[in-house]
Design a protein around this ligand. Structure first.
Ligand SMILES: Cc1cc2nc3c(=O)[nH]c(=O)nc-3n(C[C@H](O)[C@H](O)[C@H](O)COP(=O)(O)OP(=O)(O)OC[C@H]3O[C@@H](n4cnc5c(N)ncnc54)[C@H](O)[C@@H]3O)c2cc1C
Length: 238
């Protein structure tokens, strides 16, 4: 429910804060449009599987989804990585957050099981909105010695961010380019490399490019696919 009258958000148990005392303890711009936000609080009683997200109330009448990029072992500090695209109340809310601000959160949720430990090769695709999910994938793929590749479509100003986040084996593509065009996706090297034809593909981010990529994977190779569009051009929330 991305938007609803204020009374609905005020009365639905789902949106009433269930984790008291959370505050922003650090913020950091990784570029002009990507911000990492650290939250301090007691998250001990909650589970954080890969892809766990919060529905954050970003105004009196709107909630938006943001993924937990990482949480420390003590479960008292977690990080979000958010895209400040400047066109919506979620982006504006995240942009103005600063250390010391209080933030209301309900419990983390998951709708998809993104990680399948039985697979040996994983190809991850996404845009700036997927950087947090990619960051949460990395440690488990490394510890379980999986083979992996990250494919990102990013604004030019964010090309350096996968490396900055330690997302090794990343290839960055310009936005509004290759993944907009199914015929060009067919030429991706990874789709022509026999070693990756049975990989597990995790596709998130822009609904349109996720759909384009999924269509080509399905017609061209055998790979299993998990897809979740995170935003759609012209639509508020998802
Ligand atoms: C499960 C899940 C997890 C998510 N995790 C993250 C995360 O960790 N970090 C993160 O930054 N985002 C994440 N998102 C995406 C985020 O919730 C959406 O981008 C959301 O629409 C932002 O809300 P908004 O109020 O800024 O814009 P909205 O009010 O939803 O939209 C206003 C306008 O902005 C456009 N818009 C929305 N998002 C984008 C975008 N990414 N790029 C360009 N234009 C856009 C819309 O098409 C619309 O025209 C996640 C989404 C889902 C479903």
């Amino acid at each position: 429910m991305p938007s609803a009258p204020k009374w609905v958000f005020d009365t639905l148990n789902f949106f009433i804060s269930q984790i008291p005392g959370i505050h922003v303890c650090q913020t950091e711009y990784l570029s002009r449009s990507v911000k990492r936000i650290s939250l301090q609080g007691n998250f001990e009683k909650f589970q954080f599987p890969i892809g766990a997200f919060f529905d954050i109330r970003v105004s009196e009448t709107d909630a938006r989804r943001y993924t937990v990029a990482e949480i420390n072992n003590e479960k008292n500090r977690l990080k979000l990585i958010v895209y400040i695209h400047g066109k919506g109340c979620g982006s504006d809310f995240m942009n103005q957050l600063k250390p010391g601000d209080r933030i209301k959160l309900n419990k983390p949720r998951t709708e998809q099981k993104y990680y399948d430990k039985s697979v040996e090769k994983i190809v991850f695709f996404g845009d700036e909105t997927s950087l947090a999910l990619a960051s949460s994938f990395l440690p488990i793929m490394q510890s379980q010695k999986k083979q992996y590749r990250f494919l990102f479509e990013l604004d030019a100003e964010n090309n350096h961010i996968p490396e900055l986040l330690g997302l090794e084996n990343s290839i960055v593509f310009p936005k509004l380019d290759l993944f907009e065009n199914p015929d060009r996706i067919k030429d991706l090297t990874i789709l022509k490399n026999d070693d990756w034809l049975d990989a597990y593909f995790v596709l998130t981010g822009n609904v349109k490019t996720v759909q384009n990529f999924r269509k080509i994977i399905k017609t061209q190779i055998n790979g299993r696919i998990k897809h979740h569009g995170y935003w759609l051009q012209g639509k508020k929330g998802l």
